[in-house]
Structures are given as structure tokens and as C-alpha cells.
Design a protein around this ligand. Structure first.
Ligand code: ATP
Ligand code: FE
Length: 329
């Protein structure tokens, strides 16, 4: 089978063509990074217009690059949620149009399920049951995947997702937002002292697997204020001392943000192994999973439990038509 996948749940317009064997024939992403940088966030109406403008072109390009004809397609898969409904609708409309023309079935895909299952494309050894940590701008989820469509949610965020905390910290530190906040923080953190500021680890007293990042965000904002850091001054214009103080905040934030992930994963693994002793893998996916520090720290956690970490490559961690990849994975 050859399937066309379409993803428009948030700010990226993405399409991919994949074979049921798992071979990715093409993937095309058009990002709204310029809009994001200009307005500091996603405005649904504007995002919808941006998707509408490029969707035909993105899908056509995916088909052309895959070197297939539309008549070769066996199905069209499309993200049906969660996401911004105005934006989702653009993808669904396109999927219906394409599928209707060639009388193809449409596969509705859950965005977060896709983030978890995309790992099966690259790690052929990955068998159910496995665990998955999904960390992106909008979600923080710990799940036990028992089978296709059969998931136990072990934890979720009670407020913000870790990617959101990265993005806000980047904005408040005056980092270049033409790219997303995460990579900018990861880079700046390498210059800083991660132990210089003692942010407290979220939800220490809650012995469950849920997450919270709102409190850490507030701690970061206060630290920035007390050091007189002005986000209006871009980091590229900051003097040496200002820059190193921003780097310390970035590093200290990242250390605690990831410690929180580590703690929750450790507890979840212990719990899940009790009911499914055959678990061998923890899949870490979503935009934040492309962070090298995150990967290294989580790798230590899984090794302690004799599990293996599976991180899809960054290109498969973010929103790239993976919607569809998953449906056949
Ligand atoms: P969702 O998938 O929940 O709808 P999303 O579309 O924002 O949300 P992704 O595209 O998977 O999610 O990921 C984007 C998020 O990942 C952003 O918050 C971004 O800052 C974060 N991110 C990307 N790269 C890194 C990195 N190297 N370090 C930390 N965070 C990162
Ligand atoms: Fe996503």
C-alpha cells in the first residue's frame, strides 16, 4: 500500500507519502515560523489562512517527490485531533477532496498516537507492549501502549507542556524566535552553569506520573526579572555578563525541566513493568525529544531499568505528516 498523510493540527502544514512497509517516500513541511515570531504564538484564524494558502502545494510536492501518481495511492490519512479545529479542518477538507477524486478510504489519525507509533517505522524491533513519553509544545503524556489502539495513560500535564515552558523561557530570554524556543535554549544552555539557580522540581510531593510546568515557568520569570534581563534586547546584542546570566538561566531551567521528566518516567516504568513485565522500550517522541540533553538523561533512566530508549530522528519527532506514517506503522 501507498498512503498519503496530511497534518495541519497546529502551525505546520505537512504531508508525506509512505509505503506500508514503512518506507518514507517523501515528506514536505511548510512551517509558519515567520508568523510565530511576529505574533509570539499561534493565532488560529491566521494559522488557518496560512494552511489554506499552502496545503495544495505541500500535498502536490509530497506526491511529486515520492515519484508516484495519485492513482497509485491506496488511502489518505489525516490528523483529526487534537489540535486547533480551524486548522484541522483545512487538512481534513484536502484529504476528502483527494480521497474523493480517486475513491480512496480516509484514515482519521489521532495526533498523539501518531507521535508514539511513528517510532515503529525506524525501530523494527519495537513490539507491543512498550512505553511512550510524548513531549511537545502542546502535550506531555506518559502512556503504556499495549496494542494498536490500546493505550493506558499513566500521566499527563495538569497545566503546561514542557515545550511550552521551553518556548516561553526562550521568549523571556530574548532568544531568536524565528526558530522555535527549544533548540535556542538547548544551545544557550551549553554555555551556562546548570546548578547556578536552584529552581525547585515540580510536583515533588505528588507521587504520581503527572507533570506540571506552570510553576517552573513562574520561577524562571521571577529569576529573569530579578536579574534585570530585558527580553527587548536580543541576546545577540547583550553584553558578556548579561549573556552569561541568560545562559545560566537557560541551563538551570533545562536541568530542572528534564529532572521532572526523569522522575516521572522512573515512576511510570516501575509501575508499568509490574503489569507488563515484557516491556523492552521507552519511546520518546514529540518536538522536545530532539533535544540531546533530554535524550541523554532519559537514556540513563531507562538503562537503570534495563530498557532501551527509542527516539525517532528529529525529522520524525515534529509534525510532518507522521499523522499518516503511524497509520501503517
Ligand atoms: P503538539 O504536537 O502537542 O500539537 P507541537 O506541534 O508544538 O505540539 P512539535 O512540533 O512536536 O509539537 O514540537 C514543537 C515543540 O518542541 C516546541 O515547543 C519546541 O520548542 C520544542 N522543541 C523542538 N526542538 C527542541 C529542542 N531541541 N529542545 C527542546 N524543545 C524543543
Ligand atoms: Fe505534534
Amino acid at each position: 500500500f501507498i498512503v498519503l498523510g496530511i497534518e495541519t493540527s497546529c502551525d505546520d502544514t505537512a504531508a508525506a507519502v509512505v509505503r506500508s512497509s514503512g518506507e518514507i517516500l517523501s515528506q514536505v513541511v511548510s512551517s509558519q515560523a515567520d508568523l510565530l515570531a511576529r505574533y509570539g504564538g499561534v493565532a488560529p484564524k491566521m494559522a488557518e489562512e496560512a494552511h489554506s494558502q499552502v496545503i495544495d502545494q505541500v500535498v502536490q510536492e509530497a506526491i511529486d517527490k515520492a515519484n508516484v501518481r495519485e492513482t497509485d495511492l491506496s488511502a489518505v490519512a489525516v490528523t483529526i485531533g487534537p489540535g486547533l479545529s480551524l486548522c484541522l479542518r483545512v487538512g481534513v477538507r484536502k484529504a476528502r477532496k483527494t480521497a474523493g477524486r480517486f475513491n480512496l478510504p480516509i484514515i482519521g489519525v489521532h495526533h498523539m498516537e501518531a507521535h508514539a507509533l511513528v517510532a515503529r517505522l525506524m525501530e523494527k524491533k519495537l513490539q507491543f507492549p512498550f512505553m511512550a513519553l510524548l513531549i511537545s509544545g502542546g502535550h506531555n503524556l506518559l502512556i503504556l501502549a499495549q496494542d494498536l489502539g490500546q493505550y493506558i495513560q499513566l500521566g499527563t500535564t495538569i497545566d503546561d507542556a514542557v515545550g511550552e515552558a521551553y518556548d516561553k523561557t526562550a521568549k523571556w530570554l530574548g532568544l531568536d524566535l524565528r526558530r522555535s524556543g527549544g533548540p535556542a535554549i538547548e544551545e544557550l544552555a551549553r554555555e551556562g552553569d546548570a546548578k547556578s539557580i536552584k529552581f525547585s522540581i515540580p510536583m515533588k510531593q505528588h507521587k504520581d506520573c503527572n507533570f506540571s510546568y506552570a510553576g517552573l515557568k513562574t520561577q524562571v520569570r521571577l529569576a529573569i526579572k530579578s536579574r534585570n534581563i530585558d527580553a527587548e534586547i536580543p541576546i545577540s546584542c547583550a553584553n558578556h555578563q548579561d549573556r552569561s546570566s541568560r545562559a545560566d538561566i537557560a541551563a538551570s531551567f533545562q536541568r530542572v525541566a528534564v529532572l521532572h521528566l526523569e522522575e516521572r518516567c522512573e515512576r511510570a516504568i516501575e509501575w508499568a513493568l509490574n503489569i507488563e513485565p515484557s516491556i523492552k522500550h521507552l519511546v520518546v517522541s514529540g518536538g522536545v525529544a530532539s533535544n540531546q540533553y533530554v535524550r541523554a538523561q532519559l537514556d540513563q533512566v531507562v538503562k537503570k531499568n534495563s530498557l532501551q530508549l527509542v527516539c525517532p530522528p528529529p525529522s520524525l519527532c515534529t509534525d510532518n505528516g507522521k499523522s499518516y506514517l503511524s497509520s501503517f506503522a
